[in-house]
Design a binder for this molecule. Structure first.
Ligand code: HEC
Length: 172
């Protein structure tokens, strides 16, 4: 009797251990499979993403200014000639000021070989001033937006003074 009971208990224990072992093996297998499939792919994509740098789609500065900077500038000039009337008019001001501020970021990797530092300073000034116009437009403050727009154009013109032979002097 005693032996039987013991053996039954042993059998139960063995089964329980086996089941636990089985679950463990399955978990390890699932974990391993997940690692094998996801980890290399993810870290590969992450590597590629962190190493990616902006590449110019249009590397001609004349074309870049004409199609990236001139249209939002012209829309802002018209849009801020008088107080924007409604939400959608302000939306246009916000959008164009953000476009110019962010476009200034794209000037940073387009610097000429000479005077690269001065070029970047002008670009950063436009980015900062464009950002301030964007904030003024977000507040729908017309007077402040007009002032920030004039200040922005001063920064555009300073780069044109130095790098475009003084041409393209823009006015609000
Ligand atoms: C970092 C320098 C730099 C900054 C900052 C800059 N520009 Fe320019 N821009 C140039 C250069 C260089 C040219 C002349 C390109 C050419 O014709 O070769 C130019 C030309 C232009 C032209 C004339 C394009 C044409 O079709 O003739 C316009 C318009 C213009 N920029 C708008 C702007 C506006 C608006 C800003 C500010 C929001 C700005 N730029 C800021 C460098 C700059």
């Amino acid at each position: 009797m005693t032996i039987k009971t013991t053996s039954k208990i042993t059998l139960k224990k063995t089964m329980a251990t086996k089941t636990r072992c089985g679950i463990f093996v399955i978990l390890v297998a699932i974990g391993g499979t997940m690692l094998a499939f996801s980890a290399p792919a993810e870290s590969g994509a992450e590597d590629a993403a962190t190493k990616a740098t902006p590449v110019a789609v249009e590397d001609d500065m004349h074309e870049f200014m004409e199609y990236m900077f001139e249209p939002p500038y012209k829309r802002l000039k018209a849009g801020l000639a008088k107080a924007p009337e409604d939400r959608s008019a302000w939306k246009g001001i916000k959008s164009d000021s953000l476009i110019l501020a962010e476009a200034a970021n794209l000037l940073l990797h387009r610097h000429p070989t000479d005077d690269a530092t001065a070029w970047s300073k002008h670009a950063m000034a436009v980015r900062k001033q464009g950002g301030e116009l964007y904030q003024a437009a977000k507040k729908r403050d017309f007077e402040l937006s007009q002032n920030q727009f004039a200040a922005l154009l001063k920064n555009c013109n300073q780069c044109h003074d130095q790098f475009a032979g003084g041409e393209h002097q823009l006015a609000p």
